[in-house]
Design a protein around this ligand. Structure first.
Ligand code: AHR
Length: 649
């Protein structure tokens, strides 16, 4: 593939190509406005995206609530007893540490973290714990960060002592500074000093340096990777996780707000969804809950889009109607949706607005959209959606409602659901496509032919899943780039788009490809991430019709193209899926333009991607681009995605 590595600069300064195809760019026919919600992110707690991922807590099973084994993630030594009459009624377990009865024996606990605890040299870590001395008086703990696999004389990296006093539950904290960078440290807590019995609950370790410095914060590098996407919309919390394997395990947003110590644990359905990638220690602590989602959305500059259960448990996992909420018992679910709107937008003296204010955000979050149901289907979905729509419209006509077209992007059921959404007056319809190379190319013109009278489109989950190559690689990202020219061109209809899934821990994934990979210390922005980022960074304000022989460019000669305008700049996106260099002319009719720069995204490692060890294998680069007049020639490298930036004179 090396033979294709021509520079754009070389080609751009050439005179107009006699035989080149001409893209007509109709600056005199302004197209639809590009919605600020375009190109967003879809967060679901899959692949350890939340606990062990974006949520910066380093202690696994901090509240001793994991089902079946309250000490999962912990090693207990000496005399350790699990008790369940703790200070937080929805997380009742805690541990009692007692003198082991011999001066040479030791009582305490070790936490393994999520695939280890990642530490960075010189960084501070806040250890905190709720503790008491049940018999009164005082006791002492030694808080130690260790390298369990060390070959040095001592495993100890750093330590601090902590005095615990009195019979009342009190929160204590100490700061530890990591002396080195290590991806698999562990936390040890020793009963020390006079060894008086101590009770411990909600044992936590956070980096002090979180995203925006929040105490209950997000991992900075991962949040930065979201920020750098310039997301217009932020869909959360899923995905199938919204629905639950059964109704008991559905995502109930009310369990995810208020003090973190008292948010009840939920099993994560991705723990057991694929038994060939099984993670028996995968739970949802809800430390990253709805307040944190709204706050992050605000900090990322995106519109929040929460998706709520419509009363249907996951339909892939339940054949019987008994698994779902009967229609005449939907009221509590509908009330959850109304209460969520109040939580996000209500005044501080409203019930749920007060919860938000007490958590630190008296100002409303300005929620504008709500999704009801994830990938639902059958008659049972519209039957349940209808009463939600009625209640939300009556109480909050200002809120736009997103309905679902099911899990598949075509077929009878897809068509039927679209008709139902139209009849019901949904504002947007959420379409999902995890499809092949061929599908992505053949569907680049998908929305050119859609009717314009009904709901708008939310491309709510998509990623190119190649047959036999269902992992991240450059070529799949190129297919996504080609397809996205059709999203951009149809901005009047397609108003939101979010790749899925968002995150994956290299040691804890269940599903791939994913947009961002990470280990305990490092982040990988994939080729697909760069495609999303380029679309978002150069999304423009208005579509400019771009045609080849009077038609949209959607596959002719392996080319896909679209153009947008931002002020007096034009961004022309061209994806060349063919293996030949393409000489083209951009024709601006009577308008004079001047080439300013171009971005080239290409790689000869077609079936590879960036990795934690080589995060910058495949990245876009800026390339000089020159030319002036009503026509400018360009050369597009084989198998590449390029953005040409021109100034209108
Ligand atoms: O993105 C992974 C899963 O794919 C989502 O949870 C679900 O909505 C879809 O089937």
């Amino acid at each position: 593939m090396k033979r294709f590595a021509f520079s754009l600069l070389l080609s751009a300064v050439l005179p107009l190509f006699a035989s080149a195809q001409t893209f007509d760019i109709h600056l005199d026919q302004p197209g639809a406005a590009i919605q600020p919600t375009m190109y967003g992110i879809f967060f679901e707690d899959i692949n350890f995206a939340a606990d062990g991922g974006l949520y910066a807590e380093l202690v696994k099973n901090r509240s001793f609530e994991y089902l079946n084994n309250p000490l999962q993630g912990w090693k207990a030594f000496g005399k350790v007893q699990v008790r369940e009459d703790g200070p937080f009624d929805r997380c009742p377990h805690y541990v009692r540490l007692t003198d082991p009865g011999h001066p040479h024996k030791i009582t305490g606990l070790e936490n393994e973290g999520y695939f280890g605890i990642g530490l960075k040299e010189g960084a501070q870590y806040r250890f905190s714990v709720w503790a008491r001395v049940p018999e009164g008086g005082s006791s002492e703990l030694r808080i130690v960060l260790v390298q369990p696999a060390s070959m040095a004389e001592s495993q100890i990296l750093c330590e601090k002592k902590m005095e615990v006093k009195g019979i009342e539950w009190t929160q204590y904290e100490v700061l530890l500074t990591a002396p080195c960078t290590l991806d698999k440290a562990a936390l040890r807590i020793f009963l020390s000093g006079n060894r008086a019995t101590v009770d411990l609950e909600h044992v936590s370790l956070f980096p002090v340096d979180t995203w925006m410095g929040h105490r209950n914060g997000m991992r900075k590098d991962l949040a930065q990777a979201l920020y750098d996407l310039h997301p217009g919309i932020f869909r959360f919390p899923g995905g199938c996780i919204v629905e639950g394997t059964d109704l008991d395990t559905r995502y109930n947003w009310k369990n995810t707000v208020g003090p973190v110590e008292n948010r009840p644990l939920n099993v994560n359905r991705w723990q057991y969804c694929f038994d060939f990638r099984f993670f028996p220690d995968y739970y949802q602590s809800y430390g990253l809950g709805f307040y944190e989602f709204f706050q992050l959305s605000e900090e990322l500059g995106s519109e929040p889009l929460p998706i709520l259960s419509c009363g249907l448990a996951c339909q892939f996992q339940n054949d019987s109607m008994d698994a779902h909420v009967p229609i005449d018992q939907l009221d509590p679910y509908i009330q959850d949706a109304l209460d969520l709107i109040e939580f996000a937008n209500g005044p501080v003296n409203s019930t749920w607005g007060k919860v938000r204010a007490d958590m630190g955000h008296p100002a409303p979050f300005n929620l504008k959209y709500i999704g009801i149901g994830n990938e639902q289907w059958g008659r049972e979905y519209p039957e349940r959606l209808a009463p939600f729509v009625k209640a939300i419209r009556a109480a909050h006509p200002e809120i736009k409602i997103v309905g679902s077209a099911g899990p598949f992007p075509e077929g009878e059921e897809f068509e039927r659901l679209w008709s139902e959404m139209q009849l019901m007056g949904a504002d947007l319809v959420d379409e999902h496509y995890y499809r092949s190379y061929e599908w992505f190319l053949s569907q680049a013109g998908r929305y050119d032919a859609y009717g314009r009278s009904g709901p708008k489109v939310f491309a709510g989950e998509y990623a190119c899943h190649a047959d036999g190559k269902k992992y991240n690689h450059y070529y799949a990202s190129l297919m996504e780039a080609a397809f996205m020219t059709g999203l951009e061109r149809n901005a009047d209809l397609v108003q939101m788009a979010t790749y899925a899934p968002l995150f994956a821990h290299v040691e804890g994934w269940q599903w791939r490809p994913d947009l961002i990979w990470f280990d305990n210390l490092r982040t990988v922005r994939t080729a697909s991430w760069y495609v999303q980022q380029l679309y978002s960074r150069y999304k423009g304000e208005q579509v400019v019709p771009l045609t080849l022989n009077g038609k949209p460019v959607s596959g002719a000669d392996g080319l896909y193209a679209s153009a947008v305008r931002e002020g007096d700049k034009v961004y022309v996106k061209v994806v060349n899926t063919s293996e030949k260099q393409q000489d083209l002319v951009l024709n601006f009719g009577r308008k004079n333009v001047r080439a300013t720069s171009s971005i080239l995204f290409t790689s000869d490692r077609l079936y590879e991607d960036n990795t934690v060890d080589e995060p910058n294998l495949i990245v876009p680069r800026e390339v000089a681009f020159q030319g002036e007049g009503t026509q400018v020639s360009i050369v597009v490298n084989p198998l590449s995605f390029a953005i040409f930036i021109l100034q209108i004179k």
